[in-house]
Design a protein around this ligand. Structure first.
Ligand SMILES: [Fe+2]
Length: 474
């Protein structure tokens, strides 16, 4: 069986089925051969009775029971037996009721009177043929050789007068050889027919095994592998009340449990991140409110970019936490009202990686980690920490980069007022092709802010027409 361990299931089943078919065919062929030979031997006995009856009938044509004519007929019958019959004989003879030979197919055979006490006497008494019992092993003729023989005897009558018996000794060896030659032909036909049947059976069995067993097992293996690779939503589609259906349901139950556990674990982790965000809020009030506004702008831009509701949800949460790593930055640097020196700036630049390290355990929310790590990358590859460029920067991180800078420009700081929207917009337009941002996203963003501005101006004009007029006059 160790040889089979490297085989896949289909060839393994095929080998087992072929082995089973070969073994059962050999047994069946042996059995069929025995049955066939036995049946043919029984048939031969009946043929021998018919042969003897024909011989007896021939004798009826002779006017009187002519011993010479009987002798001639028997010799002639022995010579021509193969013209009509498949069996072979050692000798044919007619014996009178007292045991004396009336005629013999071998004129030179010894004529010692026969013992009429056994089945020969029985045939005489009853007038019924003796069909031969089991094969007898006896010396045939004068050769002295012991051979298998079957005796067939009928009562011999001539025109209603009983003359004695007529007996034929069948040569079992020769007859079996003839039967075997017939048998071989029969066997070849059986084997040819059997092979075709077995080939169809094998193909059908393999098809059933493939469809009913291999395919469902492969499906289950695929589902469990996908789950183990983290594709936690993968489920088996096997249905039904059979064992495979049960196995499919068990795999799905297991996946449900894993998903529940992961949900709970991740919810707990996100809750702890939210606590961390609160701690950061206490330490750095600006980052907290800034993150909220970044989330708002990012979601608005994400909607313009055609993101799905699920992506927008991730974008919102990821934006809220995108600067969480700042918790590790000393207060003196974080809240420094003046410009940072080189060393301080370097420390500050470490916050994307610090945030990434916090987000990384959320394997099902890799977008959080991507936003955290790459929201300071630039479209031209000159950003930090990895210098990614163009489409290599994940889309959500590119969106947050724009929203983040926008709020940095327009939001108020403790030490300075935010820039007017118009000014911020003109900076962005001017720098459109300078390589900081994804130009297509930037166009969408500028268009969105402009649209918002125009809408607001329209509302203001409707509500306060004089003020709008004054403003227009400068
Ligand atoms: Fe940041």
């Amino acid at each position: 069986m160790r040889l089979m361990t490297g085989l896949r299931l289909t060839p393994r089943f095929a080998l087992l089925i072929i082995a089973g078919i070969v073994v059962s065919s050999v047994i069946l062929a042996r059995y069929a051969e025995d049955v066939f030979e036995q049946a043919m031997l029984e048939q031969t006995k009946k043929q021998a009775v018919i042969f003897l009856r024909d011989l007896e009938e021939e004798l009826q044509r002779v006017p009187a029971a002519d011993a010479d004519e009987l002798q001639r007929l028997i010799v002639d019958a022995g010579r021509h037996i193969h013209d009509t019959y498949d069996f072979s004989v050692y000798q044919i003879y007619a014996v009178a009721a007292d045991g004396d030979y009336l005629a013999h197919s071998d004129p030179d055979a010894s004529r010692v009177p026969k013992d009429m006490s056994g089945y020969l006497g029985e045939v005489l008494r009853t007038g019924l043929p003796y069909m031969g019992g089991a094969v007898e092993w006896k010396s045939v003729g004068d050769t002295g050789k012991i051979s298998p023989v079957i005796d067939i005897v009928i009562p011999l009558r001539h025109r209603g007068v009983s003359l004695g018996i007529l007996e034929v000794e069948i040569d079992v060896d020769e007859t079996l050889a003839t039967i075997k030659s017939l048998d071989d032909r029969f066997e070849r036909e059986i084997v040819a027919g059997g092979l075709v049947t077995f080939a169809i059976m094998l193909a059908f069995l393999l098809w059933v095994v493939q469809r009913g067993l291999i395919r469902p097992i492969r499906h289950l293996a695929d589902v469990t592998q996908r789950i183990s690779r983290g594709e936690i939503g993968a489920r088996a589609t096997l249905r039904g009340a059979d064992e495979l259906g049960e196995l499919g349901a068990s795999v799905n139950d297991m996946a449900d449990s894993i998903e529940r556990l992961l949900d709970e674990q991740e919810r707990a982790y996100i809750e702890s991140l939210q606590s961390l965000a609160k701690a950061l809020e206490a330490k750095d009030a600006y980052t907290s409110s800034h993150s909220g506004r970044v989330a708002k702008y990012a979601v608005l831009l994400g909607r313009q970019a055609g993101l799905s509701p699920e992506e927008l949800r991730l974008l919102k949460q990821g934006s809220m936490m995108h600067d969480l790593g700042k918790i590790g930055i000393p207060d003196a640097i974080l809240n420094k009202p003046s410009a940072l020196d080189e060393r301080e700036y370097e420390i500050m630049q470490g916050h994307p990686e610090a945030t990434y390290a916090i987000m990384k355990p959320l394997t099902r929310f890799r977008q959080f980690a991507e936003i955290a790590r790459w929201h300071h990358e630039r479209w031209d590859g000159k950003g930090y920490p990895d210098g990614l460029a163009g489409d290599d920067i994940p889309l959500l991180a590119r969106i947050v980069a724009i929203a983040d800078t926008w709020d940095a420009m327009t939001g108020d700081r403790v030490y300075r007022k935010g820039m007017p929207i118009e000014k911020a917009l003109s900076i962005m337009e001017k720098e459109r092709n300078d390589g900081q941002w994804d130009p297509q996203l930037l166009d969408l963003f500028i268009g969105m802010i402009r649209g918002e501005q125009d809408a607001r101006a329209e509302v203001e004009e409707d509500l306060f027409p004089d003020a709008a007029n004054d403003a227009a006059r400068g």
